[in-house]
Design a protein around this ligand. Sequence first.
Ligand code: G6P
Length: 604
Amino acid sequence: MCGIVGYIGGQAATPILIDGLTQLEYRGYDSAGIAVLGPSGARRVRSVGRVRDLEAALPKRLAGKAGIGHTRWATHGAPSEANAHPQADGAERIFVVHNGIIDNARSLREALQADGVQLTSDTDTEAIAHLVAAAEEDTLEQAVLATVGRLTGTFALAVMDTEHPDRIVVARNGSPLILGVGDHEMFVASDVSAVVRHTSQVVHLDDGECATVTAGGFHLFTAEAETVGRSATTVEMTAAELELGNHEHFMLKEILEQPQSLERMLTGRLDDRFATARLDGLNLDPQAMRRFKRVKILGCGSAYYMGQLGASVIEELARIPADAEPASEFRYRNPIIEPDTLYVAVSQSGETADTAFAVQEVKRKGGTIVGLVNVVGSTIAREVDGGLYLHAGPEVSVASTKANTHMAVGFVLMALALGRVRDLSITDGARIVRALKELPRQIGEIVADGAKIAEAAQLLAQAPSLFFIGRVRGYPTAREGAQKFKEISYRHAEAYQTSELKHGPLALISPELPTVAVIPDDELLDRNIGALHEISARGGDIVAITHDTVEVDTRLKITVPKSEPELDPILLMIPTQLLAYHAALALGENIDKPRNLAKSVTVE
Ligand code: G6P
């Protein structure tokens, strides 16, 4: 979704802004723009389409050592040059870039129009520029504070004033914003990836905070104009991790990275002596862990499916009733928050608005919520009572792969820790610890041998519609497989419990509708095979994702190494990532940036 970048210092601002916007492209957007403050005043350039279209529209000389830029995901008004940011007041004195949604935009716009202001866009952001320009306060900071006091909704703002060219003033409420601290230069961004090429020192703003950013540093303050003391922290991410390297797509790069990234995630977290997981970040001692009678997992999209997988592992290993719910639904149904339920928010970005609001809902009602989050220092990571960082490294492809695998493994660690303070025996704990240690190597084996999977993907890509089926442990894997497939190949893919086929979906089975069947070699094998016979009998092609030991008579059989039954769904998921990738590749789709989707959905 929308991205913000800002720069002030000794270098030319334009290339830094363009580079920052390029780094933010993965979030999804439909138009982009920059405004640069130079010796001869401010200059603004905006364009519909990609950042490279904006770059092509730039004049030869766009000098200036301060500027702000934006990638926009249309909310108020269609994608158009007039609606792209930066927005400005009529005199082009104040320039504003904004992420989030201003709920009272309509009344603010009407009030401005009643005062004779000519609005040139349909955006909520334009109102902000006019309000700052019209504010009678002495300083830009005071004008911004007075303006944000009139806004309801969510925002991350960066404001530039031609009358105060030495500063950018920023404000945050509900949308992420960070400052990058350089050597006699400062950066502003909605996401660390826009600044890591320049600095590893970042400051995260909290909701309700503002900052003045100058070439010499920053001053953080609250809505009441009280100074906030906060120093920069060092980010782990490196610029190299955001490069494609020798890969054609980030999605493939991220799939192939999984053995190493998982190895890193597990380091120091497995305790051989007590056959458990060390998760100090959860901030839960054994007594606290024993107190919970239920686990409720909240996430969106793939994170929700991984939550389902996690709930199943937690029930199996810890024998605590557990379930997952889309955070987007949970927040709106006035949920009952129970004191003896452990709530878990799961998110790659840590910025998904629906998940962040669900966290706030749990906290407001006094519940305990921990996070499984990838992005360090993100909104959700900072709001939860404790958590477990996924350490997957940056994920650029919109279709999440390695972060999903890390989520699943994170839930196994959590299940192990919860189980070992309850009835999970040391023998069973040791069995899971051993299996976890093997996972990176086993995933390495699957991704190293993608030929069979690519062949299956070619077959599936021909079909306009397909099923993914799995049951009990295998069902979340099937759901995530279908999600990935439809996200990037634009083929209709639907997941069903294998057991439910005969209760309806079987009516659709025909030679035109193939099925991807997730079939672990477990106690349900015979029943799964029975369902495959029913599909074959109706002429449906089957691609089985299974184990070597399973004998199935299907069009194609993709096998994965065997783990423990509780972990098998994780390994069975890896081929579904590659299936989606190769199908989209065969169909010539834009794999890393699928249409209509954003990597991080920071608005409702
Ligand atoms: C968006 C993305 C999905 C992702 C979901 C949750 O909808 O398009 O791919 O699974 O957000 O994202 P999160 O960052 O919270 O894991």
